[in-house]
Design a protein around this ligand. Structure first.
Ligand SMILES: Nc1nc2c(ncn2[C@@H]2O[C@H](COP(=O)(O)OP(=O)(O)OP(=O)(O)O)[C@@H](O)[C@H]2O)c(=O)[nH]1
Ligand SMILES: [Mg+2]
Length: 361
């Protein structure tokens, strides 16, 4: 299972450059075709588990990035609308906002204005969702005419919820911020609303601004951080160049520029936070594997992430926390010492759990 993150932003904001930095890719920044690339999720505990258990394979979690390769501006039914629809299957979005100056690359809006550009994309996402809602409401209106009583009730319930969302979107309030109930969230999940997805605003600064990136980031976060929303300041161009160096040289340059954490790791860490993801590990079939799941996922649903058969035939989970396992020499010893817990279907999986699922099909 991989996490999919879509990259949006105005023209020439640095989307492809940042995509390359995140995926260690070499996509041509001159081409405006979509790019898809993967990054392995850095997870130090995976290495420690591999050192202990000596599996044949170590499988980290993956994040896929989708650089749609075009501006999303253009209205709900225009070109922008189609491109935004391509992002509906992603789990989260990154909005790349230009803060670097370069006279040879004119800004689409004619001038540099981070706040304006953040708002512009927020508005595009809002219009996109509002468009989906309007079209659905029209269809509900029609369906109501011939509906039997049960159908009618469910249509009316849907209509009421969508009207509420529409009113909020008109006030430029993104869906992720509405504090919807679990039932409401489930009821609208099929629409894949873009403003319901977590959004990381990546402010793309120039090389000369790296010294101020921490204060800039803090300042922007004070204004823009919210539920499922955060800001990161980074220099896309430098980060892309750094990924093309060998490890030693990369480290040296990072120290020189005072960038402690590579952008790839930071973006993944922040994405996990925004998506409220935790990691559990499996160790079967000579394979140690990391699995990202939303916090609060039950053992039953976690098993389902691995294979639908495991969910269907779920018997129980044998779990041990990473920390407890590290105090033993191996799983067999943990077993002998009685450290393995037997957990049922409803057990909320904890970050760092090492789990073996027992199932029967
Ligand atoms: N000086 C400087 N230039 C940058 C930076 N990031 C990107 N650029 C340059 O800006 C230009 C546009 O960058 P891209 O990554 O292609 O931007 P994009 O958003 O993918 O552009 P489109 O796909 O054409 O909309 C390229 O020439 C980059 O080299 C940066 O941090 N500093
Ligand atoms: Mg591009």
């Amino acid at each position: 299972m991989s996490i999919d993150i879509g990259i949006v932003g105005l023209d020439k904001s640095g989307k492809t450059t940042i995509f390359n930095a995140l995926t260690k890719g070499q996509a041509d920044t001159k081409s405006s075709t979509p790019h898809i690339g993967k990054a392995k999720v850095p997870e130090p505990r995976l290495k420690a588990l591999a050192d202990m258990l000596q599996p044949k394979r170590v499988v980290p979690a993956e994040v896929s990035y989708i650089d749609i390769g075009a501006s999303v501006k253009g209205g709900d039914r225009g070109m922008g609308g189609q491109i935004l629809s391509d992002l509906s299957n992603t789990d989260a979005l990154i909005n790349v906002v230009r803060a670097f100056t370069d006279d040879s690359i004119p800004h689409v809006e004619g001038s540099l204005d981070v706040e304006r550009d953040i708002t512009a994309i927020d508005l595009e996402l809002t219009l996109h969702d509002a468009g989906i809602i309007s079209r659905r409401l029209e269809r509900i209106e029609t369906s109501l005419k011939g509906a039997d009583p049960t159908e009618r009730q469910s249509l009316l319930r849907e209509q009421q919820l969508l009207e509420k969302l529409k009113a909020e979107l008109e006030k430029e309030m993104p869906i992720r911020q509405l504090g919807l109930t679990a039932d409401e969230t489930k009821a609208i999940s099929n629409f894949q609303f873009l403003t319901a997805k977590p959004l990381l605003i990546a402010v793309n600064i120039g090389e000369g601004q790296i010294g101020e990136s921490t204060s800039l980031e803090a300042e922007l976060n004070s204004r823009h951080r919210g539920v499922g929303r955060g800001v990161i300041a980074l220099c896309g161009k430098l980060e892309m160049e750094l990924t093309q160096l060998d490890e030693e040289a990369e480290k040296e340059y990072r120290t020189e520029f005072g960038i402690t954490e590579p952008v790839l790791e930071r973006v993944i860490r922040l994405s996990y936070q925004l998506l409220d993801l935790i990691t559990f590990f499996t160790t079967v079939s000579e394979e140690v594997k990391a699995w990202p799941i939303p916090k609060g996922t039950t053992a039953l649903k976690a098993a389902g992430k691995i294979h639908s058969d495991m969910e269907r035939g779920f018997i129980r989970a044998e779990a041990i926390s990473y920390d407890d396992l590290m105090k033993c020499d191996n799983l067999a010893e943990a077993h002998k010492k009685g450290r393995l817990r037997l957990e049922g279907k409803g057990y909320p999986v904890q970050d760092g759990d090492v789990i073996t699922f027992l199932f029967n099909i």
